[in-house]
Design a protein around this ligand. Sequence first.
Ligand code: ATP
Length: 420
Amino acid sequence: MSSLGVGRTEQLSTMGSDVESKDGKLPNTSEDDLRELEEAYAALRDESQQLINERTTLEAEVRTLRKRIERLDENVNLLKMPPLIVGHIQDVLDHERAIVRSSNGTVFQVSLNQRLDPDALKPGTRVALNQDSLSVIEVLHEAWDPMVSGAEMVEKPTISYDDVAGLDEQVESVREAIELPLTKPELFEKVGIVPPKGVLLVGPPGCGKTLLAKAVANHTDATFIRMVGSELAQKYIGEGGRMVRELFSLAKEKSPSIIFLDEIDAIGAKRLDGSTSGDREVQRTLMQLLAELDGFDVLNDVKIIAATNRPDILDDALLRPGRFDRVIKIPIPDDASRKAILSVHLASMNTKKISIGRIVERTKGFSGADLKATCVEAGMITIRAGRSVVTQQDILDAVSRLDKKRSQGTTQRSPEALYS
Ligand code: ATP
C-alpha cells in the first residue's frame, strides 16, 4: 500500500475519534466536518482505484516474466539435450513399432512416438532417433547431401552444338541417345525399342567431352546435374553408395534431367581381389551405381552421360549393354577437326590475314584445350607487343611456346593408343 493511503486512513480515524461521542453517535457533527470526511473518503476511493490499477499492471508484468522464464527454461533444456541420431525407417511393424536403420548402418527395432502422424512414417522416411532408446522422435524432411544438391547446375550452360567443333559424328550420336529420348519419347514407343539409358564418352583430356555434355544440356530443357567421380569416392563405409542413391533420387525428382558423371574411372575401375578397405568402399559405390543404372525406368526422363580418360581400366560391368549402351570415342582432333576448332576460337578474336592451314600443320597432336590455349597465348603475345590485332606470326609463336611446354611435360601428350 502507498504511504499516501496510510496517511489518509490515519487522518480519517483521527477525525472519527474527534467527533464520536461516548454513546457512539455523532451529536455535534458540524457541516464542515462532514464535508471534510466526504472529501477524505473520495480521496481514499481514488487512491484505492489507483492501487487496484497498479496491481493489475504488476500482475500482468509478472505473467509476462513467468512466460519468458518458461521459454528460457525450454531453450536451456533444448541446449542440454543430447543430439538425436539421424536414420531411415526400413519397415513399419505396427502403430507402435518400426525397424530403423541408423546413419552408421545398424538396424534396430524401435518404438514410435505416438504423437507422430502414422501416414508420415513410411519405409525410407528420414527420422530423428533418441540416442539411448533409438525410438523415433521426429520425422525429418528429405534432404540431399549438399555435395549432391550442389551438383545441380541452376544456370543453363551457354555452350551450343556450334561451339563443339570437329566432332559432328559424336554430336549426332549423343543427340540420338540423350536428346531424342527426352524430346521425342513417342518415337521410341512407336518403333517399340527401349532408348539408351546413357552414353559413355571416352577420349584424351581436353578434347571436348565436357563441352559436348554442356551442349546437350543447353539444347534440352532438362536439369543438368554434374558430378565428378572422385567426389563419390568417400572415406566412410556406405557414404559413396548413399551419395549415388541421392544423386539418382535428385535426378528423378528434377526429371527430365541429365546426370553428367565426369571422371567415372574414379569409382568405375575394375574390381580386384586383393584390395584394401578403401578400394572396397569404392567398389561398393560402383555396385550402387550399377544397381541404380539397372533400377530406374528407362523412360522416366533421366539420362546419364559419363566421361573418362581411362576406358582401359573401367569395369566390364559398366560397359555391358543396358548400362552405358553407347561408348562414344572423342579422339585427339585430326587435321580437319583442328581446323574447325581453331576457326571456332579465332572467330571471336581480332585477327588479320590468318592462314589456318599453316597453323593446322604445326599443331599435330594438339587437343582442343591445347588449341584454345594457343589462341589465348597468341592474344597475350599481341597485348604484350602493344597491339590489338593478332597476326599469323603471333599464333605461330604461341604454337612454339605450347609445343615447348608440352615437350617439357607441362602439358602431357596423351597416349592415343589408349583410345584407339
Ligand atoms: P577432361 O577429360 O580433362 O575433363 P574434356 O575432354 O572434358 O577434358 P573439355 O573440358 O570439354 O575437355 O575441353 C576443355 C576446353 O577445350 C573447352 O572448354 C574448349 O574451350 C576446348 N575444346 C576442347 N575440345 C573442343 C572442341 N571440339 N571444339 C571447341 N573447343 C574445344
